[in-house]
Design a protein around this ligand. Structure first.
Ligand code: SAH
Length: 351
């Protein structure tokens, strides 16, 4: 197993069989070596820097019905909210003062956020914060919509592919959603010049090691600037309420694999990882991660952006997120970067 890890470190690739073996192994030695190599490669390209993204959760309304997600439309118990333009600007202002230089506007697919509305928000932010990156994570939209928002000043778009296998994708999503369209959106976003983030959940119901190999192969084809992965965490009011969640060990193993396969990629230590283990994000940082996305949403709506159970940083202490994260990052041996934190690879097709 150590030879496989070394080969991944040296060549940034493995055969399907080797990847599968590495995903399935419980060899602690191999996990340790993977962590060391992942940290070395991360430090080679990004030093000890950790980039912060201020996450503004704009809406918990969603027209979709993804089986794993707590804000799916058929969850009648969900407490819905949406932020208007003024609230979004307040969040950004607060974030800017706290030192954030990237704002991520994420939400359910909510028809309230028309292209006209979003373009006004984006151009307003662009004008007020010329030194900041504007990131969107609003799900699947038309090419025209993505183009207009790019022209208004958006820089990046996060859209996880969720599952690259048709068979698995269709078990996690209702039939009106298609993997083909999801992938098409990602290629369109890239073509339009967005820095693109994709990714998947680890340990989703029905997911096998073969499915994960397919996810890694799809990512090699897309070659995104950022890869967001986190454990699946069950939500009590979804069809997957009784399913097992993804594990810390498997998530860390995949993070290490991703860092070695995509040396220059931006790799967040996600909130879901911090939810399943108190030091989950710190362990992520030590296994190749170089991004953290603290919550900038107004404290009174944080519990309502309820994707999965026990989500961290949603209580009254939420206003302290920035300081708390800085301490966590430093305790893990890294430092908070002050800049926008773009991917150091500008043309991701060339490597
Ligand atoms: N509507 C946007 C944002 C979705 S929420 C979009 O479609 O991209 C952001 C991410 O949360 C999703 O991409 C999904 O991977 C993750 N997520 C949703 N439910 C989850 C759960 N139960 N456990 C872990 N992650 C979840």
């Amino acid at each position: 197993m150590r030879d496989i890890v070394r080969k991944l470190y040296e060549t940034a690739n493995l055969t399907d069989a080797e990847l599968k073996a590495l995903i399935l192994t419980d060899d602690a030695d191999a996990a340790q070596l993977l962590r060391e190599y992942a940290d070395e490669v991360r430090q080679r390209w990004y030093g000890r820097k950790v980039f912060l993204r201020g996450l503004i959760e704009v809406s918990s309304y969603c027209k979709n019905d993804c089986l794993y997600c707590g804000i799916r439309r058929s969850n009648k118990d969900a407490d819905r909210y949406r932020l208007d333009m003024e609230k979004i600007f307040q969040c950004a202002e607060n974030g800017y003062e706290l030192g954030f230089r990237t704002f991520v506007m994420q939400g359910g697919e909510d028809g309230f956020y028309t292209d006209d509305f979003m373009c006004d928000v984006i151009s307003g932010l662009r004008e007020k914060y010329p030194d900041c990156a504007i990131t969107l994570s609003l799900g699947e939209r038309s090419e025209e919509s993505y183009r207009r928002m790019k022209e208004a000043g958006a820089d990046r778009y996060l859209l996880r592919h969720e599952a690259a296998s048709e068979e698995l994708y269709s078990k996690l999503h209702p039939s009106e959603l298609s993997l083909e369209n999801r992938k098409q959106c990602l290629f369109t976003l890239k073509k339009l010049g967005y820095q693109v983030g994709s990714g998947f959940m680890v340990g989703a119901p029905f997911q096998t090691a073969d499915h994960l190999v397919e996810d890694l192969r799809f990512l090699q084809e897309l070659h995104p600037h950022m890869i967001g992965i986190g454990p699946f965490v069950p939500h009590h009011a979804t069809p997957f309420a009784k399913e097992n969640g993804g594990t810390l060990q498997l998530t860390l193993r995949l993070l290490g694999i991703l860092r070695l396969m995509f040396p220059k990629v931006l790799l967040p230590a996600t909130t879901a990882l911090g939810t399943i283990a108190p030091n989950g994000r710190e362990l992520g940082l030590q296994t190749g991660c170089n991004v953290v996305m603290p919550n900038l949403s107004p404290v009174n709506v944080r519990k309502k952006y309820d994707l999965y159970d026990n989500k961290i940083c949603t209580g009254e202490e939420a206003a302290e997120c920035r300081g708390c994260l800085q301490r966590r990052i430093e305790s893990a041996g890294y430092e908070v970067a002050q800049e926008r934190g773009d991917c150091i690879e500008t043309n991701t097709q060339e490597t």
